[in-house]
Design a protein around this ligand. Structure first.
Ligand code: AVJ
Length: 320
C-alpha cells in the first residue's frame, strides 16, 4: 500500500512561498526540527562559533550588575524570555537571582508546549526554588496578554543574537512591535553579535568539521521528510558570506547542477539552474551605532551595554 504523509499546511505554504521569491529563499525558522536542534547544539560547542561562549562570559562576569540594573528602584519584576532554547545562559542569571533572594517570576514564552516542558524540567533541576510560569503561544499574543493585566515591571530577555535572523529591516520592525507590547519602565535585555574581523565571522558559519554545512543542508532533508520531496543534498553546496560594510552574514545553498526537485506530497516542482543559489539564513552583525539607532527607532532608551572581554558580543539593556 502506498504510504502517504500528513502535510503541515503552514510549513508547505511557507516553503513554497519562499522558493517562489526571486532570488529563491527558504525560511530559517525551519532549521529547528529534532535533527536541527541536535546540530545547533554541536555548532554552539565548535571552536569557530564564538557567539555562545562570548555571551556566556557576559552573563557570568556581569550577573550582579545585571540583577541591579533589572531591579532599578523596584522591589520585583517578571522576567519574560523569548526563545529560551536549552536555557544554559539563562540558568546562570536565574541561579544568581534566586541566591540573592530576588522577588521575581520567570516566564519563558514558546510556541511549543513540549519545548516549555523540557525547559521547565531542566531549569528547575538547576534552580529548584525558582518561581516559573510558562506561557505557550505566539510572542506578541503572549506579551499583549501579559501587558493587559500588568501590575509588575516586565524585563524581557532575548538572548543569542536571535534578532540577527530577522535581518535589518524586519529586525527593527520586530523590536518596535515588542516595544508596543510593553509599558513605560519595562526593560529589554537583548543580545547582538558585533562586527569584528570578517574572517572570524565567516569561520563561525563555515566550520572545518562541516557541522554548519550539515545544519544548512538539514533544511532540505526536512523538506524531503515532511513534503515527500527528493532533494539530493550532495547536489548542493553550503556557501556563507559576510559583508563587512552592512554586517550581513548570509548563508546559501547553491545548486551544483541544473536540476528539478519534486515535492510529491503537494505536487510542486522546483527548477534550479546550474549554480543558482537558495538564500537560507541571515545572521546580522551590528556596530554600536546600529544598535543605538535600533533602540531609538523602537522607542527605547539604552541603559547599559554589557560586553565580553574581547568585545565580540554585547547584551544591551534597554528601557521603555
Ligand atoms: C541561533 C540565530 C543566533 O545566526 O548565529 C548558527 C543560528 N546558524 N550557525 C546564528 C546559526 C548557523 C544562530 N542563531
Amino acid at each position: 500500500m502506498e504510504h502517504t504523509i500528513e502535510v503541515n499546511k503552514t510549513f508547505a505554504k511557507d516553503v513554497v512561498n519562499a522558493l517562489n521569491q526571486t532570488p529563491k529563499q527558504l525560511p530559517s525558522m525551519y532549521f529547528y526540527n529534532a535533527e536541527g536542534d541536535r546540530l545547533f547544539q554541536k555548532i554552539m560547542a565548535l571552536d569557530e562559533y564564538y557567539l555562545t561562549r562570548a555571551e556566556m562570559e557576559i552573563v557570568k562576569s556581569h550577573r550582579a550588575e545585571i540583577l541591579k540594573s533589572f531591579l532599578g528602584g523596584d522591589a520585583n519584576f517578571r522576567l519574560v524570555e523569548l526563545g529560551a532554547g536549552d536555557g544554559t545562559k539563562t540558568k546562570v542569571l536565574l541561579e544568581h537571582f534566586v541566591n540573592e533572594g530576588t522577588d521575581f517570576v520567570y516566564s519563558p514564552i514558546d510556541i511549543s508546549q513540549s519545548v516549555l516542558n523540557q525547559l521547565e524540567e531542566g531549569v528547575l533541576k538547576a534552580v529548584p526554588n525558582l518561581k516559573i510560569d510558562c506561557i505557550q503561544g505566539d510572542y506578541f499574543k503572549a506579551l499583549s496578554e501579559l501587558n493587559s493585566n500588568h501590575l509588575q515591571k516586565e524585563v524581557l530577555l532575548f538572548l543569542g543574537s536571535t534578532i540577527g535572523n530577522f535581518g535589518l529591516e524586519a529586525g527593527k520592525n520586530f523590536l518596535k512591535e515588542l516595544s508596543n507590547n510593553l509599558s513605560s519602565g519595562d526593560m529589554l535585555f537583548i543580545g547582538f553579535d558585533l562586527m569584528k574581523d570578517p574572517r572570524v565571522v565567516l569561520a563561525a558559519y563555515d566550520d572545518r568539521e562541516g557541522v554548519t554545512r550539515d545544519f544548512n543542508l538539514n533544511l532540505l532533508k526536512r523538506i524531503n521528510d515532511e513534503l515527500d520531496a527528493d532533494f539530493d543534498v550532495d547536489k548542493f553546496q553550503h556557501y556563507p558570506t559576510y559583508n563587512p560594510i552592512t554586517g550581513e552574514t548570509k548563508s546559501y545553498l547553491v545548486s551544483r547542477e541544473a536540476q528539478q526537485v519534486h515535492f510529491k506530497a503537494i505536487d510542486y516542482t522546483l527548477e534550479l539552474k546550474q549554480w543558482e543559489a537558495i538564500h537560507t539564513e541571515v545572521s546580522q552583525k551590528y556596530s554600536f551605532q546600529m544598535i543605538e539607532e535600533f533602540a531609538q527607532y523602537a522607542g527605547f532608551k539604552i541603559v547599559r551595554h554589557f560586553t565580553d572581554s574581547k568585545e565580540l558580543f554585547v547584551d544591551s539593556l534597554w528601557e521603555k
